[in-house]
Structures are given as structure tokens and as C-alpha cells.
Design a protein around this ligand. Structure first.
Ligand SMILES: Cc1cc2nc3c(=O)[nH]c(=O)nc-3n(C[C@H](O)[C@H](O)[C@H](O)COP(=O)(O)OP(=O)(O)OC[C@H]3O[C@@H](n4cnc5c(N)ncnc54)[C@H](O)[C@@H]3O)c2cc1C
Ligand code: FES
Length: 270
């Protein structure tokens, strides 16, 4: 990792999302500008508040939602002790951030591009939608369980067609799976591009339909990470060694942090 990519940043603000939640679990974290020259939506940062001290050794990976000359913005959901501590950050607190890490999503501006997001998998698409030069070629299907106002959907809604499906019953899950198959099939027939991010069961479903309809798709994995730079091997995923030959079943393991988190679907064994 280049030294200039690991920077100490200042918390500008931490904005809770979800009007209906009395104890918010969703936040937009805005940090001072790291002065990185380039980034691609789909890349991520490792974030470690200085207040962690020796108490929690690992940083936490978060997708980059926005990065410009003013600030770096990430959006996160509180799940465990790391993100619970991130939710306690206050303006002027200091955090150590390294990035931008990994590979971002492909951008084929003239192609119909289908964005499939499950839950917090929405985060990297905030940046993608804003950076895309022809947003009329994008449409998104977003499946979620908490209320919609827990997610930063407004800035996406302004620019593209966004369809949301809230899952509260098993029937809702069936609807989501049905819609995923329809959309993937349709996109494959147009030789478009599909980008997906979300929890593993969601990605497995997408992966199955992508292979079935021979769609062109990239999936962003959210494996647990420790170092974020390829050193600890804690984040590996199974990949096919030879994706040109479907009969060749040989596999190997690759680090998600450096070889991903975005992979072409046909390379992955999920
Ligand atoms: C490349 C990448 C980008 C990410 N981007 C975002 C983002 O933009 N916003 C966001 O909210 N989260 C994102 N995540 C997931 C986030 O890093 C984890 O939710 C976080 O590290 C959990 O830490 P914790 O200490 O709060 O939870 P832990 O105490 O470590 O775990 C609490 C619970 O969460 C589960 N968990 C832990 N890590 C993950 C994970 N990666 N995926 C699903 N469940 C997990 C554990 O199994 C456990 O049940 C990203 C992950 C990766 C790898
Ligand atoms: S997180 Fe350490 S190798 Fe990927």
C-alpha cells in the first residue's frame, strides 16, 4: 500500500437515516477530503477510528458513496461492535482511512445497465449513479427489509428509475426472486450489463440467474476483512481457474480485497 493512501481524516458529521427508527442503525459518515486523485465506484475504504486504540484491532471496510474535493462519504449499517463504535463518532473525531481499495464496477455508458442492490449493497451504487455519464441507461431493483427511509435512496431516485421491493413476508421474497429473474433475463437479451451488490444469499440468487441466461454481470462481494490489502488472506473467495472452458472445474482462492470486491460473475464459485 502506498503511504499517501493511508490518511488521518476528521469526522465532519454523522447523519442518522430512518425517521421511523427511535434508535437509528443507519448512518451517513462524512469525513474530510483525503486528496486521492482518482476512484471508481465499487471501490472501498478501510476505516479505523483512532479511539479504537488497541481495543478493536481491525478496521472495517465501507464502500465509497461520494469522494470529491470537499469530502469522503460512506453509508453504513450498525451490525456489531465495530460499526456500533463507528456510530458513536462525533464531529472533529479522527479516523484512520486507507483506500481507495480494490476494483470498481465496469461502466459501459451506452449499454442498458441493471443495478441490483440488496440491503446495504445499495451503498456503492450511490456513487455509480452519480458518476455515470448517461444515467438514462441505468435502472435499479432494490430489495430491502428495514423501511426505505433507512437508505440513501433520494439521490438515486433523482437520476434514475429505481424500483424498490420491501421484504416483510415470505411472499415478498418470492416476488423479489421473480423480479430478479425477469430483469436479468431481459437485460441478457439486450446484451446489457448487470451489476449486483448485497448479502451472499442475494448474490447467490443473482449468480444463478446470470449463469442461466448467460448474462454479462459483475458481483461485488462483502466478505469479512481484516487488512484490506491482500496480506492476511482472511477474505478469500473461490474462483474458477479457467472461465473460458465450462468443463474445466478447477478452482482456486483469491483475496476479495485486492482481486475484488467486484468480480465477473462467470469467474466466481459461490
Ligand atoms: C468491500 C466491502 C464493502 C462494504 N461496504 C459496506 C458499506 O458501504 N456499508 C456497510 O454498512 N457495510 C459495508 N460492508 C460490510 C461491513 O464492513 C460490515 O458490516 C462490518 O465490517 C461489520 O463489522 P461489525 O464490527 O459491526 O460487525 P461484527 O461484530 O464483525 O459482526 C456482527 C455481525 O455482522 C456480520 N457481518 C460481519 N461482517 C459482515 C459482512 N461483511 N457482511 C455481512 N455481515 C457481516 C457477522 O457475521 C455478525 O453476525 C462492506 C464490506 C466489504 C467487504
Ligand atoms: S482482508 Fe486481508 S487479505 Fe483481504
Amino acid at each position: 500500500m502506498k503511504a499517501e493512501r493511508c490518511v488521518e481524516l476528521t469526522v465532519l458529521d454523522l447523519v442518522p437515516f430512518g425517521q421511523s427508527e427511535s434508535d437509528p442503525l443507519f448512518f451517513a459518515l462524512r469525513l474530510s477530503c483525503p486528496n486521492w486523485q482518482q476512484w471508481t465506484p465499487g471501490q472501498f475504504v478501510m476505516v479505523r477510528p483512532l479511539s479504537f486504540g488497541l481495543e478493536i484491532p481491525w478496521a472495517r471496510p465501507l464502500g465509497i458513496c461520494q469522494l470529491n474535493s470537499q469530502h469522503l462519504v460512506c453509508f453504513f449499517q450498525v451490525l456489531g461492535r465495530g460499526t456500533r463504535r463507528l456510530a458513536q463518532l462525533r464531529p472533529a473525531d479522527k479516523v484512520l482511512v486507507w483506500g481507495p481499495l480494490g476494483n470498481g464496477f465496469a461502466m459501459e455508458e451506452h449499454k442498458p445497465t441493471l443495478l441490483l442492490a440488496g440491503g446495504m449493497g445499495l451503498a456503492p451504487f450511490v456513487g455509480y449513479v452519480h458518476r455515470h455519464p448517461q444515467p438514462w441507461n441505468l435502472n435499479m431493483l432494490f430489495g430491502h427489509r428495514p423501511p426505505l427511509d433507512c437508505y440513501p435512496v433520494d439521490s438515486i431516485n433523482e437520476r434514475i428509475t429505481l424500483d424498490t421491493l420491501r421484504e416483510t413476508t415470505p411472499g415478498d421474497l418470492d416476488n423479489l426472486i421473480f423480479s430478479l429473474e425477469e430483469r436479468i433475463k431481459d437485460n441478457a437479451e439486450q446484451n446489457g450489463l448487470i451489476l449486483a451488490c448485497g448479502p451472499l444469499p442475494f448474490l447467490r440468487t443473482v449468480h444463478g440467474f446470470v449463469l442461466k441466461y448467460k448474462a454479462r454481470a459483475q458481483l461485488s462481494l462483502e466478505n469479512r476483512m481484516a487488512c484490506g490489502v491482500g496480506a492476511c488472506l482472511g477474505c478469500v473467495t473461490k474462483v474458477r481457474k479457467n472461465n473460458q472452458d465450462p468443463s474445466d472445474q478447477e478452482t482456486s482462492y483469491q483475496q476479495v480485497c485486492t482481486r475484488g470486491p467486484v468480480f465477473w460473475a462467470h469467474d466466481l464459485v459461490l
